[in-house]
Design a binder for this molecule. Structure first.
Ligand SMILES: N=CN[C@@H](CCC(=O)O)C(=O)O
Ligand SMILES: [Zn+2]
Length: 412
């Protein structure tokens, strides 16, 4: 199977094989070929360049992309897309004045979603989740990280991770699985927090490792959730089973979680709505990717991650959706990119870099995804005719995507 895309108005995010992430000043640059072609064989990008150099070869299929942009699909490195039911009542409660924390303290929030999920069969959970998966593919996402964390019992955490595995087997997009047993303390352990940490370490982790159900381990390191010591112990245990650390950190309070993540060589530290100079200093010189989740800030009306401070300090930044039933019931990376430009003052170049190559890095897959590079997987978005790539974040809320290609195959 071969596919040739011709007359591309702008082929964007074209990079050499050795670029695995972009940081600071480099994020301002989005390498582009105008009036380009792109040639794909099977699932790989084989060649690209200016239309003048497009050879007249025999191919299985040709797409004319006159007036359109071709770019890598979005790489969404932080989601909780596998969940049961919804929390629309909490949404209404927040409109009426309750805060996210007040709702959580009343047994709502993560514990509310856990109760629903525990009472949902694995099959039903799969069916509910794939509706969202189909939708995010249409929105241009070609690689996705999915977390557990609404199970909070051995059985239900395994149920979530098995559903993620089943999605991986049946859908073509790239999926990485994260074990987030440390998302909240279940009601039955509120007076025995160490008991729940022991359950994670001694019961959940060995089973998950045995069935090879996760790539990463995550902890919600936050006041009222998991402390620095708890996080340290859980990440340490996860690493012993070969799971790579990631953390939810600095969503509401900054108290040293970023430095702890860096100490563990975490692949990413995510949220960062509250960030201080110590956090920035900890990230400097590390391999850890800071990840911002602007749709969460939008939905909860909490501060936006200070992207300018992060990028202007020379650091990289990735953007992801945080798709989940409580703080971000949306998996739309196009909205994330627009919101990052509008509310976080990222330029379109920075936001697109953050949502493609840096998102791929935050999943440990940027050697294969996240840019137009010879040998990388052909996961592509072809837009509708648009004036320039600036138009993508500018026209927020509009659907500019015409075609999505995954593994070299036209999906939508
Ligand atoms: N902050 C922790 N976890 C999720 C929200 C979970 C929920 O409210 O259900 C997040 O990343 O925003
Ligand atoms: Zn999250």
């Amino acid at each position: 199977m071969s596919l040739l895309i011709i007359n591309i108005k702008s082929l964007i995010q074209v990079r050499n094989q050795n670029v695995l992430k972009v940081s600071g000043e480099e994020m301002k640059h989005l390498p582009t070929i105008e009036n380009a072609f792109l040639y794909i064989e099977n699932d790989k990008i084989v060649d690209y360049g200016s239309m003048e150099n497009c050879k007249n070869i025999k191919v299985s299929k040709t797409i004319d992309a006159l007036g359109k942009i071709v770019m890598p699909t979005w790489c969404d490195s932080h989601t909780h897309i596998v969940y049961a039911g919804n929390r629309e009542q909490e949404f209404v409660d927040r409109i009426k004045g309750l805060s996210y924390t007040e709702i959580a303290n009343r047994g709502g929030g993560i514990l509310n979603s856990a109760k629903t999920l525990q009472n949902t069969s694995e099959d039903d959970l799969y069916q509910q989740s794939i509706q969202r998966i189909k939708n995010v593919i249409k929105l241009g996402t070609g690689a996705l990280e999915i977390k557990s964390g609404y199970g909070l019992t051995v059985e239900s955490e395994l149920k979530m991770l098995r559903v993620i595995k089943r999605i991986k087997e049946h859908y073509p997009l790239k999926i990485k699985a994260t074990f987030l047993g440390a998302h909240a303390f279940p009601e039955s352990y509120l007076k025995d927090k160490q008991g729940y940490i022991d359950l994670i370490i001694n019961k959940m982790l060995p089973k998950i490792a045995n069935e090879n159900l996760a790539d990463f381990i995550d902890v919600f390191c936050e006041k009222g959730y998991f402390s620095l010591d708890d996080t340290d112990a859980i990440l340490t245990a996860g690493k012993q089973y070969g799971l790579i650390p990631k953390i939810h950190v600095n969503q509401f309070n900054a108290f040293g979680g970023v430095a702890l993540g860096v100490k563990h060589n975490a692949l990413s530290v995510d949220h960062l709505e509250e960030l201080n100079q110590d956090d920035i200093d900890a990230l400097k010189g590390s391999d850890t990717m800071p990840v911002a989740l602007p749709s969460c800030s939008y939905f909860l009306s909490i501060p936006y991650t200070p992207a300018r401070q992060i990028i202007d300090s020379g650091l990289p930044l990735a953007l992801a959706t945080d798709y989940n039933p409580g703080s971000t019931p949306s998996g739309n990376m196009n909205f994330v990119v627009s919101t990052a430009c509008i509310k976080m003052k990222m330029t379109p170049e920075e936001a697109i870099n953050a949502a493609t190559i840096n998102g791929a890095y935050a999943m440990g897959i940027s050697n294969e995804y996240g840019s137009i590079t010879k040998g990388k997987i052909a996961n592509l978005i072809i837009t509708k005719p648009v004036p320039s790539y600036n138009y993508l974040p500018y026209s927020f809320g509009e659907n500019n995507i015409e075609t999505v290609i995954i593994n070299g195959e036209v999906i939508t």
